[in-house]
Design a protein around this ligand. Structure first.
Ligand code: ASP
Length: 315
């Protein structure tokens, strides 16, 4: 029996201990543990990597603490639009959705796209029509509402904060508070099959139908049994420009680097070179895991059949 492993993240960014209350810190650690253990239980029972990461992501989407599903951030127009992607490293099957609203678990819809459509990536209204056809669970706007995310948005909605203009005092404050609460999971099951998934509300105050890296296969999410499974979190534009998740796979495949070596090149060198703040989690088919970030913190956890079982927040 080979080693099986699950790794998760709940977003990266300027996450500092001094900004956190003990209660909130505890709530995040418990939420990470709950999601990690639920997915790991699937692997332990002999379930597939795909089913393990799905079980994990659903729990995180349902938790208002994370910027995915319930608790997603608000767009410039004051609504919540979500993105998600899932990929099966055994077959290279993938499904993704973007700009979707009122879908309780965006990862369920991404999985439906992967398994029950002839397509990989659906957006907005079309994705909603498909969700209705597949009987995917919907919720009213109130279900997704979080006062914290709403206040975050209200503080910047009249600015062009998304341009990240550092010269503006108020924006500097905002940047200090920069946290990317996206969720992600990667797993390697007993058979050595790999899968990866990411789900997010995107970035606060996003506009013009902006799409981040999370649902883009190869940028924020990628899985291939021959190399790795990767889920990213951070400033999506930079992860798109570096095709971050797939680049890790390429470095492993073409250069023979280990998972962690490849992830470090992408996160600490290539992303840093263009100001890309964030991180990623990865597994390989031997059950090795790595959790790498260039920000001050990343909500994260890893559990493996070798006995590893940890959750953490800060650097
Ligand atoms: N990467 C996501 C995006 O740009 C945000 C995040 O990771 O929280 O949409």
């Amino acid at each position: 029996m080979s080693r099986f492993t699950l790794a998760i993240h709940g977003g990266a960014g300027t996450i500092l201990k001094e900004d956190m209350t003990p209660e909130l810190e505890q709530a995040y650690l418990l939420a990470l543990q709950e999601a990690l253990h639920a997915g790991y239980a699937v692997l332990e029972e002999g379930g597939s990597a795909i089913n393990a990461i799905k079980a994990t992501i659903v729990i995180m989407e349902d938790n208002i603490l994370f910027n995915a599903g319930r608790g997603s951030v608000f767009t410039k127009k004051g609504v919540q639009e979500m993105d998600a992607a899932i990929m099966d490293g055994r077959t290279l099957d993938a499904g993704a959705v973007t700009g979707i609203r009122n879908i309780r678990n965006p990862i369920e819809l991404a999985t439906e796209v992967m398994t029950h459509s002839n397509h990989v990536f659906l957006s907005g209204k079309g994705a909603s029509d498909f969700a209705i056809k597949q009987g995917v669970k919907m919720e009213p706007d109130e279900y997704f509402f979080s006062q914290f995310r709403y206040d975050q948005w209200r503080a910047i909605r009249d600015s062009d904060a998304y341009s990240l203009d550092h010269t503006h005092q108020k924006l500097e404050e905002l940047m200090k508070d920069k946290k990317f609460g996206t969720v992600g999971a990667v797993a390697c099951d007993r058979q050595g099959n790999i899968a990866a998934a990411t789900s997010t509300g995107g970035m606060t105050n996003k506009k013009y139908g902006r799409i981040g890296d999370s649902p883009m296969i190869g940028s924020g999410t990628y899985a291939n049994n021959n190399t790795c499974g990767i889920s990213c979190t951070g400033h999506g534009e930079m992860f798109i420009r570096t095709v971050a998740a797939h680049d890790v796979s390429c470095l492993m495949e073409y250069k023979g680097l280990s998972l962690e070596e490849a992830m470090r090149i992408v996160v600490d060198e290539k992303l840093v070179a263009i100001g890309g703040e964030g991180g990623m989690i990865g597994v390989d088919s031997k059950g090795n895991a790595a959790l790498v970030f260039n920000s001050l913190g990343m909500y994260r956890g890893v559990r493996s059949s070798d006995g590893t079982d940890t959750v953490a927040i800060y650097k």
